[in-house]
Design a protein around this ligand. Sequence first.
Ligand code: PMP
Length: 404
Amino acid sequence: MTPPLLERRQQLLSPSYRLFYDEPLHLASGQGAWLTDVQGRRFLDAYNNVVPAGHCHPRIVAAIVAQTERLNTHTRYLHDTIVDYADALLATFPFPAQATFTCSGSEANDLAIRIARHVTGGEGLIITENAYHGVTSSTAEISPSLGKSVNLGAHVRTVRAPAAGTDFAAGVRSAIADLQRHGIRPALLVVDTIFSSDGIFSDPAGFLVPAVEAIREAGGLFLADEVQPGFGRTGTHMWGFERHGIAPDMVSMGKPMGNGYPVAGLVCQPDVIRNFGSSIRYFNTFGGNPVAMAAALATLSVIQDEHLMENAHTVGTYLRAKLARHPAILDVRGAGLFIGAELADEAIATRVVNEMRARGVLISSSGPAGNVLKIRPPLIFSHEQADILNDTTEAALDVALSDL
Ligand code: PMP
């Protein structure tokens, strides 16, 4: 007899894998913001930020299928779609830029580190205290949220995340000074512009300006990691950095870019990429292939045609106001449909997340203390779905608090 799936998984897959929830989910299908498990139970997905257009959006599925049936090669042949997509993507940027395509956000950040070191001649990297930037060796070295077993490099300095009252730029300036004291030239400041793994810090918009000025004065570059906030999730802008009124030297993106198809990229200001690109060849076998580009082009078109950024703003504003009314929620942060709701401690947050899962609504928690509910539904989320989410959060909070 074949053992249960969970047992087979534990036997066959690396022990590095983790599952969500005390009672893991076994999913069978998805449509819009809804997921269905193998028993036919429906779950409202308020966490998967990889599907801005909703699960299995027909227009995106059709674009992937059509290109798969026709041709899939790589970037060493001429192909229309990669250029058409770059054109459409770069049109969303408030400054002239050029694109490089990768398969994952980690690869995009890894490339950004290489470029920064090449261009500045420096080595030093500055990140936030609980940052996450990827799985490759170089990006794991700048991902303290992976835990104490992952060593940060000797050339890496951390800065406290911009919680209320924290002077973020002052932290960046002292990190620069510390690098210089150790004879390390600063190469790059990397920031997830919504500070997702640090606990979600969105306001006041503009606090990144002096931090970016500081790294540039020290000869380094600024990379906006838009893997989480990018593609309209923050509601008022396509990119999280735009809320702060800054023009990064480089911008990395991934997760939502292909609505689930693996595609990611790095967008650079032309004078930043010129010197690297003219001397170093970059060929990423699967990055930017015609199917990936068809998925990305269809996803961007749906985000624009269905006004998903505007929806993220309207529904996100509505949902945040509702969540803020619950007395057990100490603070509601975020922008658009990127929402953090702070609870007293990790035990309550974990209990709420699992209780909500039992009641058919999927969210998670994050932040260094694990006490922030992290809510990131697909950007098609409706007011009715926001009501379901809010009512379920309240019910789960009541259960969690009565358990104490
Ligand atoms: N940067 C941030 C802010 C992320 O959240 C992630 C993924 N969680 C990455 C980079 C890495 O992206 P990927 O998993 O596609 O390599």
